[in-house]
Design a binder for this molecule. Structure first.
Ligand code: 1CP
Length: 372
């Protein structure tokens, strides 16, 4: 069992469990990435997935934003991608600079699922050991400054990429599969759920101190389709990860906070109230007061400043961040049970200085709000 340096700032972990914090902790989705010149400097000499597969490089990129925003970020998130799971299931995924992910051979018909489904559970450790190594290395490298987050893509979001073959405006291929081949979709979603469960358990055992399930395409499904093709799988992941850890030789790891980000699926919030997730991430279209009413007081909310706010003049970033914090600080929780974040990830054309303004404002305003 690895011995890691003692944690100096556990604010995010406390907030995730509903415990009081002296101010609102903050991290940002895609905090390591293309908006940072130091990321672009490393990226220009390397292929994206080779970077993910080299623990020293993944570690370096993970700590870049912590170095730049010294003392301002309350978590690191391991540099990797949600699409490493389709790769582990045997698919080829390339990252095209300036364009995004590309699958040269996406799933076209149900028999392609069988091609993926080799018998027996995917050997996550064999396939994705490089992510686990990167996590352990980074946890040591962080020296206990802040917690390290791990993640997976939700089964529905992964299925969408595997069928679309990349990003898409309408997801019409993935959605026509849902309607034409529901049986094959459920078979694939189950397979992905197994992989997500095994991968999250392995990430937590390797040193991840909180994990997030990114359901980035949740809002592309209407309420009934979400209830059939996404929600039950996401709910199962949290339940099964915690159960597996409880039964393991390190049962205390079952306390590791879990977050879910059902982007765009505001109608799904009440269903997560009774789930095993500790944290529900909100995108910027969701109203914090409405979300609190939907989820009740036993979940921590995360989010949700519109990322485009970072293109506004600095004073406007400050005002909008203050307004967001004030909404989350409404009764009955007085600003507790909130982790500040953007409502989605950083964009490549964001200015690093705009992010600094957001982070500093969260520190300053949330400290003030606690003193009221
Ligand atoms: O700081 C961090 O967050 C770094 C780690 C990280 C994470 C959590 C990366 C690095 N990707 C992700 C998750 C991820 N990847 C999601 C879920 C979050 C979200 O919705 O943004 C998704 C949907 C992906 C798929 C993906 N990978 C996209 C989106 C494409 C689309 O359909 O719009 C893109 C552009 C990537 C590439 C990628 N992943 C990460 C980085 C830094 C990059 C840029 C790669 C490059 O340099 O070309």
């Amino acid at each position: 069992m690895a011995q890691f340096p003692p944690l100096q700032n556990d604010m995010i972990l406390r907030a995730a469990k509903g415990k009081p914090t002296e101010r609102t902790p903050v991290w940002v989705m895609r905090q390591a990435g293309r908006y940072l010149p130091e990321f672009r400097e490393v990226r220009k000499d390397h292929d994206f997935f080779s970077m993910c597969r080299t623990p020293e490089i993944a570690c370096e990129i993970t700590v870049q934003p912590l170095r730049r925003y010294k003392g301002l970020l309350d978590a690191a998130i391991i540099f990797s991608d949600i699409l490493v799971i389709p790769q582990a299931l045997g698919m080829t995924v390339e990252m095209v600079p300036g364009k995004g992910p590309h699958f040269p051979e996406p799933l076209v018909e149900p028999k392609d699922v069988e091609r993926l489904l080799r018998p027996g559970p995917v050997d996550i450790k064999a396939q994705l050991g490089y992510v686990l190594e990167a996590i352990t290395l980074t946890r040591h490298q962080l020296g206990g400054q802040v917690p390290l987050l791990g993640f997976v893509g939700a089964p529905w979001t992964l299925l969408a990429y595997m069928i679309e073959g990349g990003g898409s405006k309408t997801l019409s291929k993935a959605k026509s599969w849902l309607y034409r081949y529901p049986g094959a979709c459920h078979q694939l979603l189950e397979r992905l759920t197994d992989a997500c469960e095994a991968f999250l358990v392995a990430q937590i055992r390797a040193g991840a101190q909180m994990v997030q399930v990114f359901d980035s395409w949740a809002g592309e499904l209407g309420p009934a389709d979400y209830a059939e093709f996404s929600l039950p799988y996401n709910i199962a992941i949290a339940k099964r990860v915690k159960a597996a850890l409880r039964k393991s030789d390190q049962p205390a790891l079952a306390e590791t906070p879990m977050a879910v980000f059902p982007k765009g699926a505001y109608y799904a919030l009440p269903a997560y109230a009774d789930s095993d997730y500790d944290v529900v991430s909100l995108d910027w279209t969701m109203d914090p007061v409405m979300a609190r009413n939907a989820l009740g007081c036993n979940k921590t909310l995360q989010g949700n400043l519109d990322p485009s706010t970072l293109f506004a003049p600095h004073n406007s970033i400050r005002e909008r961040t203050r307004s967001m914090l004030t909404q989350f600080a409404g009764a009955p929780l007085h600003g507790q049970c909130h982790i500040a974040n953007l409502g989605h990830g950083m964009y490549p054309d964001h200015s690093p200085e705009a992010l600094r303004v957001f982070l500093e404002t969260v520190h300053q305003v949330s400290t003030e709000l606690r003193q009221r």
